[in-house]
Design a binder for this molecule. Structure first.
Ligand SMILES: [Fe+2]
Ligand SMILES: [Fe+2]
Length: 274
């Protein structure tokens, strides 16, 4: 088995995905200057027409459950916040490949994003759009894996099928790391904020002491509810157990969960079940 550090090095090299054109370098420089405004960043993104078209397409894919279309990048900045737009800019090419990597993963991710929004709004958490985008990206590591570590991916998929395992358990067995680690490394390398990176890196290994445990608990729970309700396909057929500590932290009762699932059925009727 490959060493964890070798694995991380491979993943970090993946930033050469068709992803990061000059705009990212320019944006990174702009963001290092504390005087840069969101409007300036919005304008810079808007200059790159291909990139801004992709970002707007994602913004309008309905991951955050807003019904009005958003027509411009600066408008998206105002409505969704700077972190959401920045995150979409960095991840747009990986998200582009998502539907080709595992059939149903896009629907799973979209449903997870919307469920994160339902939970975040119910709990009155700040920045629900940011929590939704985290849900959209939570399984991003699976795309990276399928695209860049093909042999390992094949081995994991066949293990999942043969032994009816959870995807992340099979990953642990084959590689000693999971798509959660991989996604976290990549987003960390792109210097996305901790409140977005941490819930992705730990969505299968919730622990209440981490700084963003509340958001991690939301993504962890949303992922499992989406599987239980059969929206999309995340790579395996099993439904993991919800961490009691995550439920405890969010102070959600069985009755609350039932109501969240009802809201999912109402609000996600446009997302395919598999
Ligand atoms: Fe996952
Ligand atoms: Fe998932």
């Amino acid at each position: 088995m490959m060493e964890r550090s070798d694995m991380r090095r491979i993943v970090e090299k993946i930033t050469s995905l068709p992803t990061l054109p000059g705009i990212i370098t320019r944006l990174t420089h702009m963001l290092e200057n504390p005087n840069t405004t969101a409007a300036e960043v919005g304008k810079e993104i808007a200059k790159d027409q291909v990139l801004s078209a992709k970002v707007l397409k994602l913004v309008n894919s309905g991951f955050y459950g807003f019904s009005q279309p958003i027509m411009t990048v600066p408008h998206a900045m105002v409505l969704l916040g700077f972190n959401v737009v920045k995150t979409l800019v960095f991840t747009t090419s990986v998200l582009d490949m998502m539907s080709q990597s595992i059939a149903g993963l896009w629907e799973h991710s979209l449903a997870c994003a919307r469920t994160c929004g339902i939970i975040a709004n119910r709990l009155d958490m700040p920045d629900p759009e940011e929590i939704s985008v985290t849900g959209l990206l939570h399984d991003l590591g699976k795309v990276v894996l399928q695209q860049n570590l093909k042999d390992e991916f094949e081995e994991i998929v066949s293990l999942v099928r043969k032994k009816d395992m959870l995807f992340y358990e099979a990953e642990n067995q084959v590689m000693g790391v999971t798509h959660a680690n991989i996604g976290g490394w990549l987003l960390d390398k792109w210097q996305l904020p901790g409140q977005i990176v941490e819930p992705i890196a730990y969505h299968h290994t919730f622990h209440p002491v981490r700084p963003h445990a509340d958001r991690t608990a939301v993504v962890h729970l949303a992922d499992i509810l989406v599987r239980a309700e059969g929206f999309g396909f995340g790579g395996d057929r099993k439904v993991p157990v919800v961490s009691p500590e995550a439920l405890g932290l969010l102070q959600l009762s069985v009755e609350d969960i039932r109501e969240i699932m009802d809201a999912m059925n109402d609000q996600l009727s446009d997302v395919m079940r598999m």
